[in-house]
Design a protein around this ligand. Structure first.
Ligand SMILES: Cc1cc2nc3c(=O)[nH]c(=O)nc-3n(C[C@H](O)[C@H](O)[C@H](O)COP(=O)(O)O)c2cc1C
Length: 364
């Protein structure tokens, strides 16, 4: 079976513009929304939370919540909206999320999580997945058989309820004393435990796909673990160095072998053309909807700042893409084209050796 390469769900980051940009880089990457609370879908502005562009598919709607019926109804609405899969967040350690009794603290309630999975599956015809951690607080599945068994039982319960994909952020969530950011760096990564959990889960549920998440920063690192998981979910590295996604379709096709990545002028031009077209379409959609103020060019460019990472001239390129005086002046489709072309004129990728590839060494 082909492996899955996914961009992790990230609040305030993986919004629709970010995902549309990532889709320009990889046709097959699995993309996730930011976490959306089930209540926000049931009682809030559905279009604001759920609208997306069909080009983003395959697209997973990540839900937060702990009420099985609310999650099931929210998932149903997500299915009608056209999402490809529903994911439940059991990994977010923020205090706000804990106060709402969802996210990582759900790892303390395995039966409730299984009921949530079951309720969603009864309501929709989409695959259901769960994203979780290796444990809570001081648990140590590397040293304590009980702690290992705890997380394994958690995963088996989810599979028993019918989930077909698990994404394991391979570190604990510490609910008291660490911020969400610290919770992504301080608890140790334990890939070996995640690997063993996959083996043990698949003894009972061979069809369930287990993805590794946490700390993977390059395609060569993904390749180093290729055979140990059914897929990989990349968060911060995909956001800050999105050019790694350019290799993903080849990696999926070649069973990981072809992970080297070289950026050339042709690729840059292709992506830039797509950015221009996407931005123009968004501008026109905002104007046609009678709310032209919805068009904020910065809301698109902020997600692509990492694309020129490692290229000569990238500092000036980034400066232009985040210069609010320039961004605010863009009001027509012609100005969109000019804006992107002027920015990339700063890049030394457009050199005299235009048909030779420039190695993207910082990444691989
Ligand atoms: C800004 C930011 C927002 C995040 N928001 C979410 C979220 O909404 N749902 C979720 O499951 N994880 C969220 N995460 C965690 C990531 O999905 C991922 O598990 C974590 O960053 C570790 O992967 P990485 O080392 O590849 O970044 C967020 C991470 C970041 C950096």
């Amino acid at each position: 079976m082909k492996k899955i390469l996914a961009v992790a769900p990230m609040m305030d980051w993986t919004d629709r513009h970010c995902r549309a940009f990532h889709r320009m880089l990889s046709k097959n990457a699995l993309l996730y929304t930011e976490m959306v609370h089930a209540g926000a879908i049931l009682f809030g502005d559905q279009a604001r939370h759920l609208d997306f562009d069909m080009i983003e598919k395959p697209l997973v709607l990540q839900l937060g919540g702990s009420e099985p019926l609310d999650l099931a109804q929210a998932a149903q609405i997500g299915q009608r909206w056209g999402y490809s899969q529903i994911d439940i967040n059991c990994g977010c350690p923020s205090e706000r999320v804990q106060r709402g009794s969802f996210g990582a603290c759900l790892m303390a309630e395995p039966k409730l999580v299984s009921s949530c999975v079951q309720a969603i599956l009864e309501a929709v015809d989409l695959p259901v997945s769960v994203k979780h951690r290796l444990g809570l607080d001081a648990m140590n599945p590397a040293q304590s058989q009980n702690d290992y068994q705890y997380v394994l039982d958690f995963m088996l319960g989810i599979c028993d309820a019918g989930a077909t994909q698990l994404s394991v952020h391979a570190r604990n969530a510490v609910l008291k004393g660490l911020s969400p950011k610290e919770n992504r760096t301080i608890p140790p990564l334990r890939y070996e435990i995640a690997k063993q959990l996959r083996v043990d889960v698949q003894k009972h549920y061979p069809h369930v796909q287990v993805l590794l998440n946490g700390g993977l920063s390059s395609n060569s690192e993904i390749f180093a673990h290729w055979n140990d998981f059914d897929g990989f979910m990349i968060g911060r590295a995909a956001y800050h160095t999105p050019a790694i996604l350019l290799a993903w379709d080849r990696m999926i096709e070649t069973n990981g072998q072809d992970y080297g990545y070289f950026l050339n002028e042709q690729t840059w031009r292709r992506v830039q053309e797509q950015c221009v077209e996407y931005t123009q379409n968004w501008l026109l959609a905002c104007q046609e909807s009678g709310r032209p103020e919805r068009f904020q060019l910065a809301g698109i460019t902020r997600h692509i700042l990492g694309f020129a990472h490692g290229l000569g001239g990238s500092r000036l390129w980034r400066q232009q893409l985040s210069d609010h005086r320039l961004l605010h002046r863009v009001k027509t489709v012609e100005q969109v084209t000019q804006f992107f072309e002027m920015a990339s004129a700063h890049l030394r990728i457009f050199s005299d050796q235009s048909d030779s590839y420039l190695p993207y060494q910082q990444i691989d």
